[in-house]
Design a binder for this molecule. Structure first.
Ligand code: SAM
Length: 286
């Protein structure tokens, strides 16, 4: 049985599914729309129990999931990567414990949190951000969750390139990701996973054009739509509102220049153009 301890970051779910993520400190109170809850009334209870506000309203005490932490705990200073994309990209980019992963920019640290939880222990996240105040906020967010030990925060622009080489995966959440593909190639291991999120279709076109011209193969473009339902058995139906658009995900793999044509020199459409490195294999089964 897991007991609620002082210093824990806990999830409280109150009436009408109002959710709060709180770091518990003896002597403090949580103010809610249905009354106050004393942290001392929660500390020492078992996770999964109920507690009551001073107005007698029930609250469920749970350990927060990464999903809860990203949506409710991260102090946001800009757009974050939503859990639906963050969770999916972990699978698409094969990010797991022990992996070395680069991300840029750090932003509020929404994705950094997810990456840090995935690569720990033994792995590392190298998180680049041009703006100092953004990265300080992200580092605070990660420190509160005791996840900063898996992250190297690097406060600088990625234009000159990354410090690391042979990383397993690299994710860009910056305005014009296509501008940084040579830097990404230099940092990724051969066959390594590239990913990016862009909010508009013209940005997708720009990025996949650049990927096709660069040393990348297996280019994929995807969009994820998530519809939540009201969990009422007698009146089961979708929620009234949904997050209609977050961004488009673009994935690719770093490939060895011309490696494909050396082994398959009868496939003329993928032959490199003279003097160039055209590796547009998007419609060639690799
Ligand atoms: N993925 C982050 C999250 O989940 O919280 C949000 C990233 S935010 C949309 C984009 C960030 O990229 C901004 O904070 C911006 O300062 C940073 N950025 C943009 N261009 C950059 C560059 N060339 N080098 C480093 N950081 C950059």
């Amino acid at each position: 049985m897991r007991l609620v301890c002082e210093g824990d970051v806990a999830l409280l779910i109150g009436p009408r599914d109002k959710r709060f993520v709180v770091q518990l400190r003896s002597g403090r109170k949580l103010q809610t729309h249905v009354g106050e809850i004393e942290h001392d009334a929660l500390i020492g209870k078992a996770y999964g129990c109920r507690s009551w506000s001073h107005l007698g309203k029930p609250f469920l005490i749970l350990e927060p999931s990464v999903h809860d932490l990203v949506l409710l705990d991260i102090k946001r200073k800009g757009q974050i990567i939503y859990p639906k994309e963050a969770g999916y990209l972990l699978l698409k980019m094969n990010i797991h414990s022990g992996c070395r992963v680069i991300e840029a920019g750090t932003g509020s640290g929404g994705l950094t949190l997810v990456l840090a939880r995935a690569v720990a222990p033994g792995g590392r996240v190298f998180s680049y951000e041009a703006r100092e105040e953004m990265q300080e906020n992200a580092a605070r967010n990660l420190r509160k969750l005791k996840l900063e030990e898996w992250v190297d925060f690097k406060t600088r622009d990625i234009t000159p390139g990354f410090d690391e080489t042979d990383v397993d995966a690299l994710f860009l959440d910056v305005r014009e990701p296509g501008l940084y593909l040579p830097q990404c190639c230099a940092a990724l291991v051969n066959g390594g996973f590239f990913g990016a999120l862009v909010p508009t279709t013209n940005q997708v076109s720009e990025l996949i054009t650049a990927l096709h011209l660069g040393e990348f193969g297996d280019v994929q473009v995807e969009e994820l739509l998530l519809r939540r339902y009201k969990p009422v058995p007698q009146r089961l139906r979708p929620m009234d509102t949904m997050i209609a658009h977050t961004g488009f995900l673009v994935f690719a793999r770093k490939i060895v220049p011309h490696a494909f044509t050396i082994e398959h020199d009868n496939v003329s459409e993928s032959s490199p153009k003279e003097g160039g490195s055209n590796t547009n294999f998007s419609d060639v089964p690799l």
